[in-house]
Ligand binder design. Structure first.
Ligand SMILES: NC(=O)c1ccc[n+]([C@@H]2O[C@H](COP(=O)([O-])OP(=O)(O)OC[C@H]3O[C@@H](n4cnc5c(N)ncnc54)[C@H](OP(=O)(O)O)[C@@H]3O)[C@@H](O)[C@H]2O)c1
Length: 382
Protein backbone atom coordinates (compact mmCIF):
# COMPACT_ATOMS: atom_id res chain seq x y z
CA UNK A 1 0.00 0.00 0.00
CA UNK A 2 2.89 2.39 0.55
CA UNK A 3 3.83 2.19 -3.15
CA UNK A 4 0.52 1.45 -4.88
CA UNK A 5 -2.74 3.17 -4.16
CA UNK A 6 -5.36 0.94 -2.56
CA UNK A 7 -8.42 0.77 -4.82
CA UNK A 8 -11.58 1.18 -2.79
CA UNK A 9 -15.34 1.31 -3.37
CA UNK A 10 -17.64 2.83 -0.76
CA UNK A 11 -21.17 1.44 -0.73
CA UNK A 12 -23.26 4.06 1.09
CA UNK A 13 -20.84 6.97 0.59
CA UNK A 14 -23.54 9.54 1.48
CA UNK A 15 -24.27 8.11 4.94
CA UNK A 16 -22.71 8.72 8.32
CA UNK A 17 -19.98 6.06 7.89
CA UNK A 18 -19.56 6.78 4.16
CA UNK A 19 -18.98 10.53 4.57
CA UNK A 20 -16.57 9.94 7.46
CA UNK A 21 -14.70 7.40 5.32
CA UNK A 22 -14.24 10.08 2.67
CA UNK A 23 -12.93 12.47 5.35
CA UNK A 24 -10.42 9.78 6.35
CA UNK A 25 -9.41 9.32 2.70
CA UNK A 26 -9.01 13.10 2.25
CA UNK A 27 -6.27 13.05 4.91
CA UNK A 28 -4.36 10.19 3.25
CA UNK A 29 -5.45 10.79 -0.32
CA UNK A 30 -2.15 9.52 -1.76
CA UNK A 31 -2.98 6.04 -0.40
CA UNK A 32 -6.34 5.54 -2.15
CA UNK A 33 -8.01 5.49 -5.53
CA UNK A 34 -11.80 5.47 -5.46
CA UNK A 35 -13.47 2.93 -7.73
CA UNK A 36 -17.13 3.47 -6.82
CA UNK A 37 -19.41 5.67 -4.74
CA UNK A 38 -23.06 4.87 -4.08
CA UNK A 39 -26.17 6.15 -2.33
CA UNK A 40 -29.86 5.31 -2.02
CA UNK A 41 -31.61 8.56 -2.93
CA UNK A 42 -29.28 11.39 -1.89
CA UNK A 43 -28.04 12.03 -5.42
CA UNK A 44 -27.28 15.72 -4.71
CA UNK A 45 -24.52 14.71 -2.31
CA UNK A 46 -23.48 11.79 -4.51
CA UNK A 47 -23.04 14.16 -7.46
CA UNK A 48 -20.78 16.44 -5.39
CA UNK A 49 -18.75 13.45 -4.21
CA UNK A 50 -18.35 12.21 -7.81
CA UNK A 51 -17.21 15.63 -9.01
CA UNK A 52 -14.54 15.60 -6.32
CA UNK A 53 -13.35 11.96 -6.38
CA UNK A 54 -14.07 11.02 -10.02
CA UNK A 55 -14.81 7.31 -9.43
CA UNK A 56 -15.11 4.70 -12.18
CA UNK A 57 -18.70 3.81 -11.12
CA UNK A 58 -21.56 5.58 -9.43
CA UNK A 59 -24.74 3.87 -8.25
CA UNK A 60 -28.05 5.10 -6.83
CA UNK A 61 -31.71 4.13 -6.76
CA UNK A 62 -32.62 7.06 -9.03
CA UNK A 63 -32.97 5.72 -12.59
CA UNK A 64 -32.71 9.27 -13.98
CA UNK A 65 -29.41 10.02 -12.25
CA UNK A 66 -26.45 10.22 -14.66
CA UNK A 67 -22.86 11.47 -14.37
CA UNK A 68 -20.87 12.25 -17.52
CA UNK A 69 -17.71 10.18 -17.88
CA UNK A 70 -18.67 7.84 -15.00
CA UNK A 71 -20.36 4.47 -15.49
CA UNK A 72 -23.78 5.02 -13.92
CA UNK A 73 -25.44 2.02 -12.29
CA UNK A 74 -28.70 1.56 -10.45
CA UNK A 75 -30.21 -0.43 -7.60
CA UNK A 76 -29.12 -3.73 -6.10
CA UNK A 77 -27.75 -5.00 -9.45
CA UNK A 78 -25.56 -1.91 -9.65
CA UNK A 79 -24.07 -2.60 -6.21
CA UNK A 80 -23.41 -6.21 -7.20
CA UNK A 81 -21.74 -5.13 -10.46
CA UNK A 82 -19.37 -2.88 -8.48
CA UNK A 83 -18.56 -5.81 -6.18
CA UNK A 84 -17.75 -8.01 -9.19
CA UNK A 85 -14.96 -5.69 -10.37
CA UNK A 86 -11.72 -7.30 -9.26
CA UNK A 87 -9.93 -4.02 -9.69
CA UNK A 88 -11.21 -3.30 -6.15
CA UNK A 89 -8.71 -4.11 -3.41
CA UNK A 90 -11.27 -3.44 -0.70
CA UNK A 91 -14.95 -2.56 -0.47
CA UNK A 92 -16.34 -0.57 2.43
CA UNK A 93 -19.90 -1.83 2.97
CA UNK A 94 -21.53 1.14 4.68
CA UNK A 95 -25.10 0.88 3.39
CA UNK A 96 -27.73 0.44 6.06
CA UNK A 97 -30.07 -2.55 6.21
CA UNK A 98 -30.36 -5.86 4.37
CA UNK A 99 -29.20 -4.22 1.14
CA UNK A 100 -25.60 -4.85 2.26
CA UNK A 101 -25.76 -8.65 2.20
CA UNK A 102 -25.78 -9.58 -1.51
CA UNK A 103 -23.02 -7.13 -2.58
CA UNK A 104 -20.87 -8.40 0.30
CA UNK A 105 -21.31 -11.99 -0.87
CA UNK A 106 -20.54 -10.95 -4.43
CA UNK A 107 -17.32 -9.22 -3.33
CA UNK A 108 -16.26 -12.30 -1.35
CA UNK A 109 -16.94 -14.51 -4.40
CA UNK A 110 -14.54 -12.28 -6.30
CA UNK A 111 -11.85 -12.48 -3.63
CA UNK A 112 -12.17 -8.80 -2.64
CA UNK A 113 -11.49 -7.85 1.01
CA UNK A 114 -14.33 -6.21 2.95
CA UNK A 115 -14.33 -3.39 5.48
CA UNK A 116 -17.67 -4.19 7.08
CA UNK A 117 -19.82 -1.53 8.74
CA UNK A 118 -23.18 -3.00 7.74
CA UNK A 119 -24.37 -5.05 10.73
CA UNK A 120 -27.25 -6.74 8.98
CA UNK A 121 -24.88 -8.75 6.77
CA UNK A 122 -23.64 -10.85 9.71
CA UNK A 123 -26.88 -10.75 11.70
CA UNK A 124 -28.82 -12.16 8.74
CA UNK A 125 -26.26 -14.54 7.27
CA UNK A 126 -23.17 -14.68 9.48
CA UNK A 127 -22.58 -18.42 8.99
CA UNK A 128 -22.77 -18.20 5.19
CA UNK A 129 -20.68 -15.03 4.93
CA UNK A 130 -17.89 -16.15 7.26
CA UNK A 131 -17.68 -19.65 5.74
CA UNK A 132 -17.44 -18.19 2.24
CA UNK A 133 -14.84 -15.63 3.34
CA UNK A 134 -12.69 -18.38 4.88
CA UNK A 135 -13.00 -20.52 1.70
CA UNK A 136 -11.99 -17.59 -0.51
CA UNK A 137 -9.27 -16.27 1.81
CA UNK A 138 -11.08 -12.92 2.01
CA UNK A 139 -10.49 -10.63 5.00
CA UNK A 140 -13.57 -9.23 6.75
CA UNK A 141 -12.28 -6.25 8.72
CA UNK A 142 -14.84 -4.82 11.11
CA UNK A 143 -15.62 -1.10 11.15
CA UNK A 144 -17.87 -1.08 14.22
CA UNK A 145 -15.69 0.41 16.97
CA UNK A 146 -16.28 -2.54 19.33
CA UNK A 147 -15.34 -5.22 16.80
CA UNK A 148 -12.49 -3.11 15.51
CA UNK A 149 -11.22 -3.00 19.11
CA UNK A 150 -11.48 -6.78 19.47
CA UNK A 151 -9.81 -7.27 16.07
CA UNK A 152 -6.89 -5.21 17.37
CA UNK A 153 -6.69 -7.09 20.69
CA UNK A 154 -6.90 -10.69 19.43
CA UNK A 155 -3.65 -12.42 18.60
CA UNK A 156 -4.69 -16.07 18.82
CA UNK A 157 -8.36 -16.94 19.21
CA UNK A 158 -7.65 -20.29 20.87
CA UNK A 159 -6.36 -18.56 24.02
CA UNK A 160 -9.40 -16.28 24.39
CA UNK A 161 -11.66 -16.85 27.39
CA UNK A 162 -14.27 -14.20 26.67
CA UNK A 163 -15.01 -11.02 24.75
CA UNK A 164 -16.05 -7.91 26.67
CA UNK A 165 -18.11 -5.55 24.53
CA UNK A 166 -18.64 -2.05 25.90
CA UNK A 167 -21.86 -0.05 25.51
CA UNK A 168 -22.29 3.67 26.16
CA UNK A 169 -25.79 2.96 27.50
CA UNK A 170 -27.40 5.48 25.13
CA UNK A 171 -29.59 8.46 26.03
CA UNK A 172 -31.77 6.58 28.55
CA UNK A 173 -29.10 5.08 30.78
CA UNK A 174 -30.11 7.26 33.73
CA UNK A 175 -33.84 7.60 32.89
CA UNK A 176 -36.66 5.49 34.29
CA UNK A 177 -38.22 2.66 32.25
CA UNK A 178 -41.38 4.77 31.80
CA UNK A 179 -39.42 7.81 30.63
CA UNK A 180 -37.58 5.61 28.15
CA UNK A 181 -40.59 3.72 26.83
CA UNK A 182 -42.54 6.95 26.25
CA UNK A 183 -39.65 9.06 24.90
CA UNK A 184 -40.14 11.26 21.84
CA UNK A 185 -38.29 10.58 18.59
CA UNK A 186 -36.09 13.65 19.26
CA UNK A 187 -35.13 12.36 22.72
CA UNK A 188 -34.32 8.91 21.36
CA UNK A 189 -32.21 10.38 18.55
CA UNK A 190 -30.15 12.44 20.99
CA UNK A 191 -27.23 10.05 21.55
CA UNK A 192 -24.75 11.26 24.18
CA UNK A 193 -21.57 10.03 22.42
CA UNK A 194 -22.01 9.09 18.76
CA UNK A 195 -23.45 10.91 15.76
CA UNK A 196 -24.89 8.15 13.55
CA UNK A 197 -27.69 7.34 11.10
CA UNK A 198 -31.25 7.32 12.54
CA UNK A 199 -31.81 3.54 12.54
CA UNK A 200 -28.64 2.72 14.47
CA UNK A 201 -29.26 5.64 16.86
CA UNK A 202 -32.66 4.25 17.84
CA UNK A 203 -31.11 0.78 18.20
CA UNK A 204 -28.53 2.36 20.51
CA UNK A 205 -31.31 3.87 22.63
CA UNK A 206 -32.98 0.46 23.15
CA UNK A 207 -29.60 -1.40 23.31
CA UNK A 208 -30.73 -3.56 20.38
CA UNK A 209 -27.61 -2.19 18.70
CA UNK A 210 -25.52 -3.90 21.38
CA UNK A 211 -27.48 -7.09 20.83
CA UNK A 212 -26.78 -6.93 17.08
CA UNK A 213 -23.10 -6.36 17.94
CA UNK A 214 -23.05 -9.46 20.15
CA UNK A 215 -24.36 -11.50 17.19
CA UNK A 216 -21.79 -9.88 14.86
CA UNK A 217 -18.99 -10.66 17.33
CA UNK A 218 -20.10 -14.30 17.58
CA UNK A 219 -19.74 -14.67 13.80
CA UNK A 220 -16.62 -12.55 13.30
CA UNK A 221 -14.57 -14.17 16.05
CA UNK A 222 -16.23 -17.59 16.39
CA UNK A 223 -16.96 -17.13 20.12
CA UNK A 224 -19.95 -18.73 21.93
CA UNK A 225 -22.68 -16.36 23.10
CA UNK A 226 -22.06 -17.33 26.74
CA UNK A 227 -18.50 -16.06 26.37
CA UNK A 228 -19.51 -12.61 25.14
CA UNK A 229 -20.18 -10.14 27.94
CA UNK A 230 -21.66 -6.67 27.55
CA UNK A 231 -20.58 -3.98 30.00
CA UNK A 232 -21.96 -0.44 30.15
CA UNK A 233 -19.19 2.16 29.92
CA UNK A 234 -20.69 5.64 29.52
CA UNK A 235 -17.46 7.43 28.55
CA UNK A 236 -16.97 5.26 25.40
CA UNK A 237 -13.19 5.32 25.79
CA UNK A 238 -12.63 1.58 26.19
CA UNK A 239 -14.04 0.33 22.90
CA UNK A 240 -14.00 -3.34 23.93
CA UNK A 241 -11.65 -5.92 25.43
CA UNK A 242 -10.77 -9.59 25.53
CA UNK A 243 -9.91 -11.77 28.46
CA UNK A 244 -7.34 -14.48 27.77
CA UNK A 245 -7.50 -17.88 29.47
CA UNK A 246 -4.69 -16.89 31.86
CA UNK A 247 -6.77 -13.96 33.18
CA UNK A 248 -4.90 -11.28 31.25
CA UNK A 249 -7.24 -8.62 29.83
CA UNK A 250 -6.35 -6.61 26.73
CA UNK A 251 -8.51 -3.59 25.91
CA UNK A 252 -8.40 -1.08 23.07
CA UNK A 253 -8.88 2.55 24.05
CA UNK A 254 -9.31 5.74 22.10
CA UNK A 255 -11.35 8.92 21.92
CA UNK A 256 -14.90 8.25 20.68
CA UNK A 257 -14.55 8.92 16.97
CA UNK A 258 -15.64 6.65 14.12
CA UNK A 259 -12.82 8.06 11.97
CA UNK A 260 -10.33 5.87 13.83
CA UNK A 261 -12.01 2.45 13.29
CA UNK A 262 -12.95 3.38 9.71
CA UNK A 263 -9.33 4.28 8.99
CA UNK A 264 -8.10 1.10 10.70
CA UNK A 265 -10.41 -1.04 8.56
CA UNK A 266 -9.59 0.51 5.20
CA UNK A 267 -5.82 0.75 5.75
CA UNK A 268 -5.35 -2.58 7.62
CA UNK A 269 -2.71 -3.85 8.34
CA UNK A 270 -0.92 -0.50 7.93
CA UNK A 271 -1.44 2.53 10.17
CA UNK A 272 -1.16 6.24 9.35
CA UNK A 273 -1.48 9.47 11.28
CA UNK A 274 -4.46 10.36 9.09
CA UNK A 275 -7.40 12.08 10.70
CA UNK A 276 -6.50 11.55 14.40
CA UNK A 277 -7.62 14.81 16.06
CA UNK A 278 -5.42 14.82 19.16
CA UNK A 279 -3.21 12.62 21.26
CA UNK A 280 -4.81 10.42 23.92
CA UNK A 281 -4.36 11.54 27.53
CA UNK A 282 -5.29 9.32 30.50
CA UNK A 283 -5.04 12.26 32.89
CA UNK A 284 -7.50 14.35 30.84
CA UNK A 285 -9.98 11.47 30.79
CA UNK A 286 -9.41 10.98 34.53
CA UNK A 287 -12.10 8.39 35.12
CA UNK A 288 -13.62 5.35 33.46
CA UNK A 289 -16.88 3.85 34.77
CA UNK A 290 -18.29 0.37 34.15
CA UNK A 291 -21.56 -1.25 35.18
CA UNK A 292 -23.65 -4.29 34.30
CA UNK A 293 -26.42 -3.69 31.74
CA UNK A 294 -29.95 -3.63 33.18
CA UNK A 295 -31.67 -6.42 31.23
CA UNK A 296 -35.09 -5.45 32.68
CA UNK A 297 -34.81 -1.94 31.35
CA UNK A 298 -33.19 -3.04 28.07
CA UNK A 299 -34.90 -6.39 27.27
CA UNK A 300 -33.93 -6.15 23.58
CA UNK A 301 -30.36 -7.02 24.59
CA UNK A 302 -31.59 -10.22 26.24
CA UNK A 303 -33.72 -10.94 23.16
CA UNK A 304 -30.65 -10.69 20.91
CA UNK A 305 -28.82 -13.29 23.02
CA UNK A 306 -31.94 -15.50 22.85
CA UNK A 307 -32.18 -15.21 19.05
CA UNK A 308 -28.42 -15.58 18.61
CA UNK A 309 -28.35 -18.79 20.63
CA UNK A 310 -31.31 -20.19 18.65
CA UNK A 311 -29.29 -19.41 15.51
CA UNK A 312 -30.43 -20.11 11.94
CA UNK A 313 -33.28 -17.87 10.84
CA UNK A 314 -34.04 -16.55 14.36
CA UNK A 315 -31.73 -13.56 13.96
CA UNK A 316 -33.14 -12.87 10.46
CA UNK A 317 -36.59 -12.66 12.03
CA UNK A 318 -35.48 -10.51 14.96
CA UNK A 319 -33.59 -8.14 12.69
CA UNK A 320 -36.49 -7.68 10.24
CA UNK A 321 -39.09 -7.19 13.00
CA UNK A 322 -36.85 -4.74 14.85
CA UNK A 323 -36.13 -2.72 11.70
CA UNK A 324 -39.84 -2.38 10.85
CA UNK A 325 -40.62 -1.44 14.46
CA UNK A 326 -37.85 1.18 14.47
CA UNK A 327 -39.18 2.73 11.24
CA UNK A 328 -42.70 2.76 12.75
CA UNK A 329 -41.35 4.55 15.84
CA UNK A 330 -39.48 7.09 13.69
CA UNK A 331 -42.74 7.70 11.78
CA UNK A 332 -44.66 8.33 15.00
CA UNK A 333 -46.80 5.17 14.75
CA UNK A 334 -45.67 3.44 17.96
CA UNK A 335 -43.94 4.21 21.28
CA UNK A 336 -40.29 3.40 21.85
CA UNK A 337 -41.33 0.69 24.35
CA UNK A 338 -43.40 -1.01 21.64
CA UNK A 339 -40.25 -1.87 19.69
CA UNK A 340 -39.39 -4.62 22.18
CA UNK A 341 -42.99 -5.89 22.38
CA UNK A 342 -43.20 -6.22 18.60
CA UNK A 343 -39.73 -7.64 18.07
CA UNK A 344 -40.01 -10.22 20.85
CA UNK A 345 -43.52 -11.32 19.78
CA UNK A 346 -42.27 -11.93 16.25
CA UNK A 347 -39.03 -13.62 17.32
CA UNK A 348 -40.59 -15.89 19.93
CA UNK A 349 -43.33 -17.09 17.56
CA UNK A 350 -40.91 -17.75 14.67
CA UNK A 351 -40.33 -21.35 13.50
CA UNK A 352 -36.57 -21.43 13.13
CA UNK A 353 -34.93 -22.84 9.99
CA UNK A 354 -31.53 -24.13 11.10
CA UNK A 355 -29.34 -23.49 8.04
CA UNK A 356 -31.28 -21.20 5.71
CA UNK A 357 -30.00 -20.51 2.19
CA UNK A 358 -29.62 -16.92 1.02
CA UNK A 359 -32.91 -17.18 -0.90
CA UNK A 360 -34.67 -18.50 2.22
CA UNK A 361 -33.16 -15.68 4.29
CA UNK A 362 -34.63 -13.05 1.96
CA UNK A 363 -37.95 -14.91 1.84
CA UNK A 364 -38.14 -15.00 5.66
CA UNK A 365 -37.08 -11.36 5.88
CA UNK A 366 -39.90 -10.38 3.49
CA UNK A 367 -42.55 -12.44 5.26
CA UNK A 368 -41.57 -11.19 8.73
CA UNK A 369 -41.71 -7.57 7.55
CA UNK A 370 -45.25 -8.06 6.21
CA UNK A 371 -46.40 -9.70 9.45
CA UNK A 372 -44.64 -7.08 11.58
CA UNK A 373 -46.41 -4.29 9.71
CA UNK A 374 -49.75 -6.01 10.46
CA UNK A 375 -48.80 -6.22 14.14
CA UNK A 376 -47.91 -2.52 14.13
CA UNK A 377 -51.35 -1.61 12.73
CA UNK A 378 -52.93 -3.57 15.59
CA UNK A 379 -50.50 -2.36 18.26
CA UNK A 380 -53.30 -1.07 20.53
CA UNK A 381 -54.62 -4.62 20.97
CA UNK A 382 -51.26 -6.07 22.09
N1 LIG B 1 -22.93 5.39 11.94
C1 LIG B 1 -22.12 4.72 12.72
O1 LIG B 1 -21.40 5.29 13.54
C2 LIG B 1 -22.05 3.22 12.61
C3 LIG B 1 -21.20 2.52 13.46
C4 LIG B 1 -21.10 1.14 13.33
C5 LIG B 1 -21.84 0.47 12.37
N2 LIG B 1 -22.69 1.16 11.58
C6 LIG B 1 -23.48 0.42 10.58
O2 LIG B 1 -23.12 0.91 9.29
C7 LIG B 1 -24.25 0.89 8.41
C8 LIG B 1 -24.47 2.31 7.92
O3 LIG B 1 -24.79 3.14 9.04
P1 LIG B 1 -24.92 4.72 8.89
O4 LIG B 1 -25.13 5.22 10.27
O5 LIG B 1 -23.79 5.24 8.07
O6 LIG B 1 -26.29 4.83 8.07
P2 LIG B 1 -26.85 6.06 7.26
O7 LIG B 1 -26.24 7.33 7.72
O8 LIG B 1 -28.31 5.92 7.29
O9 LIG B 1 -26.30 5.80 5.75
C9 LIG B 1 -26.72 4.69 5.02
C10 LIG B 1 -26.12 4.71 3.62
O10 LIG B 1 -26.73 3.66 2.87
C11 LIG B 1 -27.44 4.20 1.75
N3 LIG B 1 -28.67 3.43 1.55
C12 LIG B 1 -29.72 3.36 2.40
N4 LIG B 1 -30.69 2.58 1.87
C13 LIG B 1 -30.24 2.17 0.66
C14 LIG B 1 -30.78 1.36 -0.38
N5 LIG B 1 -32.00 0.82 -0.30
N6 LIG B 1 -30.03 1.16 -1.50
C15 LIG B 1 -28.80 1.69 -1.61
N7 LIG B 1 -28.23 2.47 -0.66
C16 LIG B 1 -28.94 2.70 0.44
C17 LIG B 1 -27.73 5.62 2.14
O11 LIG B 1 -28.01 6.42 1.00
P3 LIG B 1 -28.88 7.80 1.14
O12 LIG B 1 -27.94 8.80 1.77
O13 LIG B 1 -29.23 8.13 -0.24
O14 LIG B 1 -30.04 7.48 2.02
C18 LIG B 1 -26.44 6.00 2.84
O15 LIG B 1 -25.42 6.24 1.89
C19 LIG B 1 -25.42 0.34 9.26
O16 LIG B 1 -25.56 -1.03 9.04
C20 LIG B 1 -24.98 0.61 10.70
O17 LIG B 1 -25.55 -0.29 11.61
C21 LIG B 1 -22.80 2.51 11.66
Amino acid sequence: MTENKRKISILGSTGSIGTQALEVIDKIADKFEIIALTCGNNTDLLRKQCEKYKPKYVCSNDKNFKMNGIKTLHGDEGLEEICSDRENDIILVAVSGKIGLKPTLRAIDNGIDIALANKETLVMAGDIVMTKAREKGVKIIPVDSEHCAIHQCIKDIKYVNKLIITASGGPFLHKTIDEMNNATVEQALCHPRWNMGKKITIDSATLMNKGLEVIEAHHLFGINFDDIEVVVHPQSIVHSAIEYKDGSVIAQLGLPSMHIPIQYAITYPERFEGIKSKSFSFSEIARLDFEKPDFNKFPTLKLAYYAGKLGGSATVCMNAANEEAVFAFLNGKIHLGDIYKITSTMTKSHSVIKNPTIDEIFEIDKEIRIRTKELIINIDTM
